[in-house]
Write a protein that binds this ligand. Structure first.
Ligand SMILES: NC(=O)c1ccc[n+]([C@@H]2O[C@H](COP(=O)([O-])OP(=O)(O)OC[C@H]3O[C@@H](n4cnc5c(N)ncnc54)[C@H](OP(=O)(O)O)[C@@H]3O)[C@@H](O)[C@H]2O)c1
Length: 461
């Protein structure tokens, strides 16, 4: 009897702890970006968001969710008619929306776009670095001399962030950078053939590694492409896409670290949508059906989120929207979580919709260290042609001078910094408070799983 009593006590203690620490997922499967935005209960009137690639796919879903919270939205990419159509649709929802045209394949276009945005806006509160291109195999070099995917998905993104930072720092509120990563970050080394032979994937990006180092083959200009092919003996090049997404996740971490170090209230996060059918990823539809038919490509397939019959089966059985299993609205839950829910104390984190926005789940470091991230940042400055002197001026200007009637905001020190930090703490607290209401992901006391387990144990005993 005594023994039995002790076992019971332990079981109850275990479930007491499970009760106290149980968490609801931040982005439960089945919800949309609109749902996650609405749960924030934030009124974003007066805030401005820039969404690159906002005319289509995931970017459009983000725009729709932000418009719903009264945020002013600017979308930007290359094609005029498509941007105009997207603006018209978003305006029909009541949004204050405009568009800009620029091309990530050309650094001079990025520079001109950033300058124009800075001239026309006094602040930027949210920047979604979301535009991107897919593709595998050899890609042409851009006018700037880089492999196209590498430039569009990383190098030009880096340049744009550098140029937008002053506007983000001028927000007057904690500003956020949200970078679109991908679950494919796990393949950063492997897709280039770097995991072959004696190369160790877990130290792939470790610049001190003697067994091989992915950092040494960057950037992917002609020299880098030659280096990867000869060093790692992996022709044909499988593709730089997963690598660029890995670098974007690292960039969010390093930008956050640098801005915190400088005392600037700018916070960067990265996120991933899952495997979503869009123009960039028309093959996602292949994942409709039993996952095992399609092997590892369906790893990040999300659960069905469309209409169901009484038995929970898709209804209609052959959904009119292919791959309705994972719509852009569903995949961008994690973007809205990072933008509107994640506390700024979690800046640098990666959130994947597939993992219901559990911080950093689905992120594979592959040997990248904090030191490595710093090195990467310095190298990236060189790649996009920003000198050390210019960077120092950008990183800690005495006085920022935003053109066209924008207020001057002192960022480097003094009272303005203190005021911003206090504001920042307030907003941080707000984020923490809002995330403890059970709607957004922090402890609510009891999860459904815990209840079922508890009942099962009681029945057993
Ligand atoms: N779909 C997925 O399964 C998936 C998974 C993980 C991550 N992602 C990422 O999600 C982001 C959005 O992709 P999506 O799936 O929503 O596909 P999408 O609808 O094709 O969106 C890509 C957007 O990028 C813009 N863009 C492409 N090249 C550009 C350039 N050179 N300069 C400026 N803008 C450019 C495109 O607009 P224009 O043609 O007008 O330039 C388009 O709006 C990408 O970064 C992608 O890598 C997607």
């Amino acid at each position: 009897m005594i023994h039995r009593f002790r076992v019971d006590t332990w079981i109850w203690a275990f479930f007491f702890v499970a009760f106290a620490t149980a968490q609801e997922p931040s982005c439960p499967h089945g919800l949309s970006a609109n749902d996650i935005a609405a749960r924030s209960e934030l009124d974003l009137t007066g805030n401005t968001a820039l969404i690159t690639g906002g005319r289509s796919g995931l970017g459009y879903a983000i725009a729709e969710a932000l418009v719903q919270q009264n945020c002013t939205v600017v979308i930007a990419s290359r094609s005029v008619p498509e941007n105009q159509q997207a603006v018209a649709k978003l305006q029909a929802l009541g949004g204050d929306v405009s568009y800009a045209i620029f091309d990530l394949e050309d650094f001079s276009s990025v520079e001109a776009f950033a300058a124009e945005l800075t001239a026309n806006h006094s602040r930027l509160d949210y920047y979604f670095g979301n535009a991107g291109q897919g593709g595998s195999g050899a890609q042409p070099l851009t006018v700037d001399g880089y492999e196209r995917i590498f430039q569009v998905n990383y190098a030009a993104q880096f340049l744009l962030i550098e140029r937008l930072l002053p506007l983000l720092r001028a927000s007057g509120e904690p500003a956020r950078i949200l970078l679109t990563g991908s679950s494919s970050n796990s393949l950063a080394c492997g897709s280039l053939g770097m995991a072959a032979g004696n190369f160790q994937p877990d130290v792939c990006f470790d610049s001190n590694s003697t067994s091989g180092n992915a950092m040494s083959v960057l950037p992917f200009d002609q020299t880098g492409l030659d280096a990867v092919n000869s060093t790692f003996d992996c022709p044909p090049l499988a593709g730089t896409y997963p690598l660029t997404k890995f670098l974007m996740i690292q960039l969010a971490k390093e930008v956050s670290r640098r801005e915190a170090e400088a005392g600037n209230p700018v916070y960067a996060f990265s996120w991933a949508p899952g495997n979503i059918q869009t123009d960039l990823n028309p093959w996602a539809a292949c994942c409709v059906g039993p996952v095992e038919w399609f092997g590892p490509t369906c790893r990040y397939q999300l659960p069905y989120v469309g209409p169901t019959d009484d038995l929970g089966n898709p209804n209609p059985p052959d959904p009119p929207v292919p791959n309705h299993w994972s719509s852009p609205a569903h995949g961008t839950m994690s973007a809205l979580h990072a933008a509107l829910h994640a506390p700024v104390t979690e800046a640098g984190n990666f959130y994947a919709a597939y993992w219901e926005c559990e911080a950093n789940k689905g992120f594979f470091p592959q040997g990248m260290t904090e030191q490595g991230r710093m090195e990467l940042y310095e190298k990236s400055l060189e790649w996009v042609g920003i000198t050390q002197a210019e960077e120092q001026q950008l990183a800690a200007p005495d006085m920022m001078d935003i053109e066209d009637g924008a207020e001057e905001v002192e960022v480097g020190g003094g009272e303005a910094t203190v005021a911003k930090q206090e504001e920042n703490e307030d907003v941080d607290n707000k984020a923490l408070e809002s995330s403890s209401d059970g709607a957004t992901g922090v402890p609510i006391g009891v999860s459904h799983y815990s209840l079922v387990l508890l009942l099962a144990v009681k029945l057993f005993y």
